[in-house]
Structure formats: C-alpha cells, structure tokens
Design a protein around this ligand. Structure first.
Ligand SMILES: C=C(O[C@@H]1C=C(C(=O)O)C=C[C@H]1O)C(=O)O
Length: 158
C-alpha cells in the first residue's frame, strides 16, 4: 500500500472529519442508501462475536463530496446491544459525528481488504473495517474508499 493510502486506511480518528478537511471547499454530505433489520453475513457475525444468525441493525451510506461518492460504508449493530441507541434517527447525519462523542469509545484493530464492496456497485482501491464499542453497545463499521476519491485528491491507484 502506498504511504498516501496508508494514511487514510490506517487512520483511527473520525473519517468524516478527515473527509471534510480533505474536501476543502467541496460540500460534504452523507447520503443514506439503506437502513433495515438484517441477519448479518457470516463474516460480519464472526467479527462481532455473534452466534449466527442474530438480528442486527444495518445502515448503508455514501459519503459524498459535492455529490460524488468518495466512500461507501455499511455499519452493522447487533440489536441485542443497541440498548436504546436510536441509530435509525441519524438519517443523513454522520454516524461518526455521533460515535466519536461517546465517552469511553473503543475501536478494534482495523482489517483491510482489496476486494470491492460486497453491498455496492462502485469500486475502489481499499476497504477496511473495525468494531467500535462503548459499554455494551457495539457496531461494525465497514468503509470502502472509491476511485472518485483517488481521482479528486490525486491519490495513487493503490
Ligand atoms: C465511523 C465514522 O462514520 C462515518 C459515517 C458513517 C455513516 O454515517 O453511516 C459510516 C461510516 C463512517 O465512515 C467516522 O466518521 O469515522
């Protein structure tokens, strides 16, 4: 992985904040693609430590700059651990802007993939995922960086 991409893929602070900063004059927007109850995929259940299959809340978004998707993300939160956190009310507000305000937030190591997003047609150089926890609440956040972001920021292909 190039150092330029490493800086994005390995970052552990808010991606929302980083995208807004990198976007400069461009307008940032979270586009809500889908939110629904799901049975998590096997690999998602495994990373979350769930006995498969348990119901989970799923939210899919595109993080856009001036209307162009730079990142697509799929977040999966086990229902049993939602504990009144009303994620469905986030709408087009960023999950990150809420998450990073939670006291005692913990983040697991980041897993990286070069595979395209399994939930979206767009493609890009890298994807990553990690689990955020605070108290009993847990959410798996899976983010895929798209070609448009590489083009707009002049980043290398990988
Ligand atoms: C986890 C963050 O939140 C971002 C916002 C998301 C959303 O609104 O659904 C999903 C993934 C993230 O890229 C972050 O900013 O780091």
């Amino acid at each position: 992985m190039s150092p330029d991409w490493w800086r994005w893929v390995a970052s552990r602070d808010s991606l929302t904040a980083r995208l807004i900063a990198a976007g400069g004059e461009r307008r940032f927007r979270v586009r809500l693609l889908d939110q629904r109850l799901i049975r998590p995929r096997h690999d998602e259940a495994r990373v979350l430590g769930l006995p498969y299959p348990r119901h989970a809340w799923c939210r899919e978004v595109a993080l856009c700059l001036d209307g162009h998707p730079w990142v697509v993300a799929r977040s999966v939160a086990p229902l049993a651990r939602l504990r009144g956190q009303r994620l469905e009310r986030l709408g087009e507000r960023s999950l990150g802007s809420w998450l990073f305000r939670q006291p005692g937030l913990e983040r697991s190591p980041i897993e990286v993939t070069a595979s395209p997003p399994p939930f979206h047609a767009a493609s890009g150089p890298w994807g990553r995922r990690s689990v955020f926890r605070h108290g009993r609440f847990a959410v798996l956040v899976q983010e895929f960086f798209l070609e448009r972001m590489a083009d707009d920021l002049g980043l290398p292909s990988r």
